[in-house]
Design a protein around this ligand. Sequence first.
Ligand code: FES
Length: 114
Amino acid sequence: MSAVSVAMSQNLVDVGATDDVPQRGARCVKKGDLTIAIFRTQDDQFFALEDKCPHKHGPLSQGIVHDGCVTCPLHNWVISLSSGQAQGADEGETRTFTVEVRDGRLLLDLEELR
Ligand code: FES
């Protein structure tokens, strides 16, 4: 886990290299009390969600990434990486953030991290 530190133009902050995030895995960045998990799918799409399951706050970053979703490691709820919504019969939502990829770097919008 690393801290958000390097300010870029506008409101974007550089939170690391795409290569730092394993395929079908996640890497966390912290901003104050907020922990954001950046996920990478098998086909190299990136998504940023708060690292907190809507069920009982399990660490989604330690879950299994599959089919555009992550399965929470605690009780197996399936959360959409794009919407943050729990899938199937489960109800709840995890906060999502915009993540941009530019020149192999991951950028988050600082305004969204408040
Ligand atoms: S905390 Fe994630 S499924 Fe229960």
